[in-house]
Design a protein around this ligand. Sequence first.
Ligand code: PRP
Ligand code: URA
Length: 212
Amino acid sequence: MRVLVANHPLIAHKLTYLRDKRTDSPTFRRLAEELMTLLAYEATREVRVEPFDIETPVAPTQGIKLSSPKPLIVPILRAGLGMLEGMVRLLPSAEVGFLGMQRNEETLEAITYANRLPDDLSGRQVYVLDPMLATGGSLAMAIHYLAERGADDITAVTLLCAPEGIEFMEKDLAALDIPITLVTGSIDERLNEHGYIVPGLGDAGDRLYGVV
Ligand code: PRP
Ligand code: URA
């Protein structure tokens, strides 16, 4: 798995306010979207494109457009939904599938409670969105799902990661023979005893949408 940390002062600046516990939900939602748009620039560096002819007012030339099949964007519910708008703003013609996953807060194991994905992802580039990579259980499970359906190039985008989660993903996904890239805004220090990222930003889903 290739890991890219998007090192940019604007990303670090927005992450600062996202982390701050005084930031309210509307601001948190706006920042998550904006951060996704900035990370999308890095994450889509290798999006597949093909040439096509256009004419400027001055001369014919060649441009590029997204290749078919179009990329698929998969936010992991709930918290990944907070990143969707920031991604489709840059890739408006991409399709969107959904995975609902929830971590058992005691065992820290992820379960999947919703799945609305095309059955056949052969030849598709897939972008999976989830703000938090903690133990890595949720994201690794999502990537296995997508690879089983035929996705042949998967990029996961997270706002924050714990080093333990990256290490888990590297081992858990090692047998998959497709390119897997992780793009993130930060690799934080560690996980605490409750499986939360330190310093992190707390519970991303609750901060976006309220405590359930
Ligand atoms: C959070 C987060 C990730 C997961 C990360 O979701 O959005 O999906 O935990 O943890 P992991 O790397 O240890 O699996 P949560 O289960 O809290 O659900 P939510 O998005 O509905 O709040
Ligand atoms: N999920 C979150 O929302 N935050 C964490 O720190 C870990 C998992």
